[in-house]
Design a protein around this ligand. Structure first.
Ligand code: C2O
Length: 528
């Protein structure tokens, strides 16, 4: 492979949306940020220079980072943040992967505006396992807040309270015509009749799974999370935050007398989190705006056809959709919300004056003041983390209706140490694992039954992913080979749940052979 250089200047930029301007944190002044393009096997050297007043790190979401864990990016997990005025070169090779991924800031809530696509093309002369598209178009879902970054962060990290809801969802940074004062900020996709387009869908939204559809066009799913899948057709997709999906769009063979709405809106199962707004763009056919001789014709607007999306809480659709994807020791994890004691002299909104927390096995993860990977690599874990993470939920649970009675969580920086395993999780959260792809071997509603369900695991052609939506009131079983030494973050990709503590880290030890060892950190690795 070849080496590709990128420079990411973290800088403020004035941006206007929904008729209001504000200064946001960007990479190179763009929203979404620049597109990273590489071929499988290429090495990337991305220099990130911090020109803003916030600490920053960038995560290459879904990149396997084989023995390059120092470049993974989550703050206080694999590195200390890049401080204002400082820089760091992320140095990694994309190995054994091709498809769509994305990059985003991985500290605080900065990924609200700091994100962009990663396109990994197959090796030279290796074709796609599907018809060669005429064009490839990234479509990135995001969110827009009218409030400034600081207000959003404070709101998000203050003790307890409901998640804050953005003012608009966006497609490639644009809210689209269904929002007030937004018609001119509309993403337009122009197609030629009869041609095939590869849409690279990326859910960079902070807190919502998204339904997606294009009016009167079916889509063929060909890849998720940079893994090819058995192609299947659908009119509607569901993409959780952190997931990426490639679909083929075949334009109609004759220019239709209409334009078509491209729409996305959230899927939500909780009573609180529902936001009914829809972001949209427009699919237009080239040449159907031909300047016409007659004046009356010229001013005629083509009808805009709209797709129909499922109702906001259509869990059956969500489950069925995720099951379409195909390709010991067990840990049993529960992931969900709980409560923590309120700090002194404070009023907290949770039951009995508690604050809302999120946890894995009732441990609400606390970020350390130094990076876990360094502490692990230099054998300095004392005072940084402990390895007494409960490998089973410390309470009896029942997801067939009543939530578990003991929802009191504890805080801690506990990590699991392992070499080779698989695990089970439960509830409604897009769970993302750094450093690995995993196989989704089983999923279901209700309680996981350890005596019966494993027998039904799909060990033949399970979906391979880096992020999976754990169904509401249900469970997912995933399996991965712990072949990549380092410290790997695992968390809910709903930013609000991550802030509340639904996160943990795996320590994967070095193997015996030289190629199974993590090399020492780069010289310019930031210090805390
Ligand atoms: Cu996309 Cu830990 O993140």
């Amino acid at each position: 492979g070849s080496t590709r250089h990128y420079k990411f200047n973290i800088q403020m930029q004035n941006v206007t949306r929904l008729c209001q301007s504000k200064s946001i944190v960007t990479v190179n002044g763009k929203l979404p940020g620049p597109r990273i393009i590489a071929r499988e096997g290429d090495r990337l050297l991305i220099k990130v220079v911090n020109h803003v007043k916030y600490n920053i790190t960038i995560h290459w979401h879904g990149v396997r980072q084989l023995r390059s864990g120092w470049a993974d990016g989550p703050a206080y997990i694999t590195q200390c943040p890049i401080q204002p005025g400082k820089s760091f070169v992320y140095n990694f090779t994309v190995t054994g992967q091709r498809g769509t991924l994305f990059w985003h800031a991985h500290i605080s809530w900065l990924r609200v505006t700091v994100y962009g696509p990663i396109v990994i093309l197959p090796k030279k002369n290796v074709p796609y396992p599907f018809p060669q598209p005429f064009k490839e178009v990234p479509i990135v879902f995001g969110e827009w807040w009218k409030a400034d970054t600081e207000t959003i962060i404070n709101q998000a990290t203050q003790t307890g309270g409901a998640p804050n809801i953005s003012d608009a969802y966006t497609i490639n940074g644009l809210p689209g015509p269904l929002y007030n004062c937004s018609a001119k900020d509309t993403f337009k996709l122009k197609v030629k009749p009869g041609k095939t387009y590869l849409l690279r869908l990326i859910n960079a939204v902070l807190n919502d799974e998204m339904f997606f559809s294009i009016a009167n066009h079916s889509l063929t799913v060909v890849e998720t999370d940079a893994v090819y899948v058995k192609p299947f057709k659908t009119h509607i997709l569901l993409i959780t935050p952190g997931q990426t999906t490639n679909v083929l769009l075949r334009a109609k063979s004759k220019t239709p007398n209409a334009t078509f709405l491209i729409a996305a809106r959230p899927y939500a199962t909780g009573p609180a989190a529902f936001d009914n707004t829809t972001t949209s763009g427009v699919l237009e056919y080239e040449n159907n705006h031909k300047p016409s001789v007659s004046k009356s014709n010229k001013n005629k607007k083509l009808p805009l056809l709209k797709p129909s999306l499922p109702v906001f809480n259509d869990t059956t659709f969500a489950m069925k959709f995720s099951q379409k994807f195909k390709v010991d020791r067990h840990f049993f994890f529960t992931v969900g919300l709980g409560v923590l004691p309120c700090s002194k002299n404070q009023t907290c909104p949770g039951p009995n004056n508690t604050r809302v927390a999120a946890s894995v096995n009732n441990v609400s993860f606390v970020l350390p003041n130094t990076a876990l990977l360094q502490a692990h690599f230099f054998n300095q874990s004392k005072g940084v983390f402990t390895t007494d993470f409960p490998t089973n939920p410390p309470f009896k649970f029942n997801y067939t209706g009543t939530p578990p009675s003991n929802i009191a969580a504890t805080t801690g920086t506990k990590v699991l140490v392992l070499q080779d395993t698989s695990f089970i999780g439960a509830e409604s959260h897009p769970l993302h694992l750094h450093g690995f792809n995993f196989f989704v071997v089983g999923q279901g509603f209700g309680n996981f039954d350890s005596t019966k369900d494993p027998a039904k695991f799909n060990l033949v052609d399970p979906a391979e992913r880096n992020t999976v939506g754990v169904p509401s009131g249900g469970w997912v079983a995933i399996r991965f080979l712990a072949d990549n030494p380092g410290v790997w973050f695992m968390h809910c990709h709903l930013e609000v749940h991550t802030s509340w503590g639904l996160k943990m880290a795996w320590v994967v030890m070095d193997g015996k052979k030289p190629h199974q060892k993590l090399p020492p950190p780069p010289k310019d690795l930031p210090r805390c």
